[in-house]
Design a protein around this ligand. Structure first.
Ligand code: CAA
Length: 249
């Protein structure tokens, strides 16, 4: 039996984040969705819609690329809701361009939001988890961190870096009841892939052995399993959920 766990999902109101929040509510967790402060209006609208559908979700604002803001957000959540048992680092952005066209600002924004964020959020949360002797951390990476993608030198680097972070912190948590794992989605039907040029997306779907994109719930399924109390012996692992787009062992 799982205890009633407290879960923080960064990017909780995003395409994949929403499904992860729902899966964790369904498991009986108290769920906090982290959102980007400038997105307040949309996040509150989303929260009301979720409530209408039977999902009670607490909101917490922070730009995860900002160290100080993130420390404050984690402190506020732990004071008002309680100690965080489950952390899902799901906040992420794309700023696609080939290396020759990529501006430094696009490199920096993606590295800060997709990789440095994991340090910013995991550090305060995981210290508490290790002191209490229980924790589940899941970092949402990408198939493109494993195989590289034309037009994503920033995103592929950040997502590959995330798994290095997973493996290092998994070692630090291993004797303290804290597991740290990566989930690497393939192409998922969300606003992020909708923003891609149609022809490029079609060509990529053509390469997917299953011939389709993932549903967000199919990513959430892997997160729900990894964050279960009983998934205690899986750590430092990467779970690919990519329809066969990249196969490895
Ligand atoms: N492989 C090899 N060459 C390619 C190529 C590819 N996949 N795509 C384009 N090229 C070539 C073109 O043929 C062209 O060649 P020439 O110069 O010889 O004519 C050249 O590269 C064009 O280069 P540009 O830099 O001018 O490219 P562009 O500006 O036209 O488009 C892009 C670049 C905007 C990055 C576009 O390719 C793109 O949007 N790609 C999608 C990247 C992608 O998959 N993003 C995923 C978003 S979703 C996500 O990230 C979630 C997740 O985790 C999966």
């Amino acid at each position: 039996m799982n205890e009633k766990r407290i879960a923080l999902v960064t990017g909780g109101n995003g395409g994949i984040g929403e499904s992860i929040c729902m899966a964790l509510v369904n498991k009986g967790c108290t769920v906090i969705a982290g959102y980007y402060p400038a997105d307040k209006e949309n996040a509150e609208k989303w929260q009301a819609e979720m409530k209408r559908d039977g999902y009670e979700i607490i909101l917490a604002a922070a730009d995860v690329a900002d160290f100080e803001q993130t420390q404050q957000m984690v402190a506020n959540v732990e004071e008002s809701v309680g100690p965080i048992d489950i952390l899902v680092n799901c906040a992420g952005i794309t700023r696609d361009a080939s290396l020759k066209k990529m501006e430094y600002s696009a490199w920096e924004a993606v590295i800060d939001t997709n990789l440095t964020s994991a340090f910013n959020v995991t550090k305060p949360v995981m210290i508490g988890m290790m002191e209490r002797g229980f924790g589940r951390v899941v970092n949402i990476s990408s198939v493109n961190g494993q195989r590289g993608q034309f037009g994503q030198p920033n995103y592929s680097a950040a997502k590959a870096g995330l798994h290095g972070f997973t493996m290092a912190t998994a070692r630090e948590g291993a004797r303290k009841g804290v597991t740290v794992n990566t989930v690497s989605p393939g192409y998922v039907a969300t606003a992020m892939t909708e923003a891609m040029p149609e022809k490029v997306l079609e060509a990529i779907i053509g390469e997917v052995p299953m011939g389709r994109m993932a549903k967000p719930a199919e990513i959430a399924q892997a997160v729900a399993w990894l964050t279960d109390d009983n998934s205690a012996y899986v750590t430092g692992a990467n779970i690919p959920v990519n329809g066969g787009l990249f196969m490895s062992f």
